[in-house]
Design a protein around this ligand. Structure first.
Ligand code: PLP
Length: 362
């Protein structure tokens, strides 16, 4: 562990002494990214247009089949900017109630978003098109609020990394568009979803107006996210970013150069992360005191339930004693996330640590 408590794993020599399955944000840049950053450092522009940022947004927009893209520091910010660019204060925004935009970013919906979140329940993070239509169009007390945006998430973090198919997204988008609302997709892990569905990200995101994508997770870039969409919306999003203080991201080209390597070279390996998550989940499903719905393990996230006397915090603490890091998600839920720094041997060690933790605490 480093002095900051993180696992220091550079691109060259991964350190497998600690198996960090808390999140895929723990990935570190690859050697190719470090090299790209070193080269970019000599040319990145402190002011104005940066060539690396320019190339990243061009490649990103093309990859997602959208007109334009914006490079921003976080995916939360990309989501907020999509919202600010497509709504007016006081509008209603339709979201499934367990989306990341609600449970982790909900405060920014209130301010500076200034919108009313109309929360729907869903099955594995997906509301029905009928519920979406009802939320948009059904009058309340004789008044129909203006719904300008419907948000989706793919893969769906809180549902355990489940995927929305292209058909599911198209059906919801059709309803939203018919009622004049735009559709934003929180695609923080859309590349994991696309790998699971064997579809390109442009086809998967075809029906939505805007899509955000994290560069700092499975793709392993040090930081950043893209917001892709129609030029008109991306221009508005850029204006919103400026109002939030992100007027000039000085030397952003260094991060953009690494992100470009992530965007163009890392997606193909995400199927391995998905497969390793499935393998870990299968093992966990056989351990007494733990439950995992294997049908929800579709990408790189394994959400487990502690069904016996052992609470999630105690379970995660026992794992940490053995050098395996997981995340407590609720008093009875814990989460494992696979990523580039986790190989088959790590999965086997994590599985053993799970056995040991449950035996000790049974
Ligand atoms: C589904 C989803 N959306 C958005 C985010 C936010 O990403 P960032 O940490 O880059 O703001 C996350 C982070 O885990 C996420 O899981």
């Amino acid at each position: 562990m480093t002095a900051h408590g993180g696992v220091n794993r550079g691109g060259a020599a991964p350190d497998h002494s600690v198996i960090d399955l808390r999140s895929d944000v723990v990935t570190t840049p690859t050697e190719a990214m470090w090299e790209a950053m070193r080269r970019a450092a000599t040319r990145a522009q402190p002011f104005g247009e940066d060539p690396f940022v320019g190339e990243l947004v061009e490649v990103g927009a093309h990859l997602f089949g959208k007109e334009a893209a914006l490079f921003v520091p976080t995916c939360s910010m990309a989501n907020l900017l999509a919202l600010m660019a497509t709504t007016e204060p006081g509008d209603q925004v339709v979201l499934e109630s367990t989306m990341h935009m609600v449970w982790s970013e909900g405060w920014s919906l209130a301010h500076p978003g200034g919108v009313f979140p109309r929360l729907l329940s869903g099955i594995r993070g997906v509301p029905t098109p009928e519920d979406v239509a009802d939320a948009i169009a059904a009058p309340r007390f004789g008044r129909t609020p203006r719904s300008s945006l419907v948000c989706l998430e793919n893969s769906h973090n809180n549902a355990g990394g489940t995927v929305l198919t292209r058909a599911q997204m198209m059906a919801i988008a059709e309803v939203a568009h018919r009622h004049g609302a735009a559709v934003h997709l929180d695609g923080a892990r859309i590349f994991n979803a696309a790998a699971a569905l064997s579809v390109s990200v442009s086809r998967l995101a075809e029906a939505v107006d805007t899509v955000s994508v994290s560069l700092n997770k499975g793709l392993s870039a040090p930081e950043g996210a893209l917001l892709c969409g129609p030029r008109r919306i991306i221009d508005r999003a850029r204006g919103a970013a400026e109002r939030l203080g992100a007027t000039s991201l000085h030397k952003a080209g260094i991060a953009a150069a690494a992100a470009l390597v992530g965007l163009t070279t890392m997606a193909d390996r995400l199927a391995d992360d998905n497969n390793r998550a499935a393998s870990l989940a299968t093992h966990i499903s056989e351990v007494p005191g733990l439950a995992v719905d294997l049908t929800t393990v579709q990408t790189n996230i394994v959400l487990i339930e502690l069904t016996g006397a052992v609470a999630a915090a105690a379970f995660v603490a026992r794992l940490a004693e053995q050098g395996v890091l997981a995340l407590v998600r609720s008093p009875r839920h814990a989460r494992f996330v696979t990523h580039r720094l986790i190989d088959d041997a790590d999965v086997a060690k994590a599985a053993k640590a799970v056995d040991h933790a449950m035996r000790r605490t049974a």
